[in-house]
Design a protein around this ligand. Structure first.
Ligand SMILES: C[S@@+](CC[C@H](N)C(=O)[O-])C[C@H]1O[C@@H](n2cnc3c(N)ncnc32)[C@H](O)[C@@H]1O
Length: 287
């Protein structure tokens, strides 16, 4: 059996009791290490689980999954995913490979908390969210802006948009690669400030009023942990916000921001008076 086990959002103790029992008795335990990270390192996880854990990078999961699935029709294998295994991740393909395997490998999923629901801690109602989008790091010559069209679609229904932020782990250094050497760059995690800056930058080109400087937004960091941070403000204000270590996400507020959502979110505002003024001017009464 392949057990796909959600680990939750913060540390080693967010795994469910059922998940922990399976981890402790599984023949092999893999930790998917490229779509999200916990706030604790591998050693701390291993100490808590009482098991050694094999790190599974993108290449192993997407191209070399035979290793993970070896004998899994006969023995139990645990595949651990930060957050919820099927939320904002692409592990359906691994489950499909289990179905197609000869003989088929039975699978079981243990869900857990996800950023897709934990974002409710901002006070914004999950009913009022549209499509989730991803923001990748811009480079000097590559500034992908397809996120803008999806936020614009959400805006036509006045819905909030959850923006998930780029994570770069195990990225080859391209200059070294050109010299025939494989060296990996240090991991990079996009911050709320970087995301807000990129959104404002794209608005300057697209100019459809989707993510301009005065749009209200809420940045979140390390949700679910003791040190979680939530900061609300205009996108311009968030370009200067320092929410500390990863992981971060950003919510662009939709016009359908109900009075109760505003009342809750304003407690997190960088400048409460300014937040209230913009909400009353552009958002109030649309819900
Ligand atoms: C590809 S998604 C994976 C989501 C994960 N499977 C889940 O269910 O939450 C990873 C992104 O989610 C966001 N994220 C995940 N955990 C977070 C947390 N605790 N606080 C804030 N953002 C988080 C970050 O933007 C991160 O880059």
């Amino acid at each position: 059996m392949l057990y796909v086990i959600g680990l939750g959002l913060a540390d080693e103790r967010d795994v469910s009791t059922k998940g922990l029992e399976i981890i402790r008795r599984a023949q092999r335990v893999y930790l998917e290490s490229y779509t999200a990270v916990l706030l604790v390192d591998q050693q701390q996880l291993e100490a808590y689980y009482g098991r050694s854990v094999i790190l599974a990078d993108r290449e192993m999961v997407e191209s070399k999954s035979d290793e993970i699935l070896a004998d899994a029709h006969q023995v139990d294998v645990a595949f651990l995913v930060v957050g919820d295994p099927f939320s904002a991740t692409t592990h359906t393909d691994l489950a499909l490979r289990c179905r197609q395997h000869d003989p088929p490998i039975p699978t079981r999923t243990l869900p857990n908390a996800s950023i897709l629901t934990a974002v409710g801690a901002t006070g914004l109602s999950l009913y009022n969210f549209g499509q989730t989008v991803s923001m990748v790091f811009f480079t000097d010559d590559w500034k992908p802006d397809s996120f803008y069209d999806r936020i614009a679609e959400n805006a036509t229904l006045d819905l909030h948009t959850l923006v998930l932020l780029d994570i770069k782990v195990k990225e080859p250094d391209l200059k070294a690669l050109a010299r025939g050497k494989i060296i990996y760059e240090p991991p990079r995690f996009m911050s709320v400030a970087q995301c807000a800056s990129q959104m404002v930058e794209v608005e300057e080109t697209r100019q459809q009023g989707v993510c301009g400087k005065e749009k209200l937004a809420i940045g979140v960091a390390r949700l679910g942990s003791e040190g979680e941070r939530i900061v609300a403000g205009t996108l311009q204000e968030l370009t200067d916000a320092d929410l500390g270590p990863p992981l971060h996400s950003l919510v662009l507020c939709g016009k359908k921001m109900h009075e109760m959502e505003w009342e809750y979110a304003r407690e997190f505002a960088v400048d409460r008076e300014g937040f209230d003024r913009i909400w009353k001017r552009d958002y109030a009464g649309k819900a």
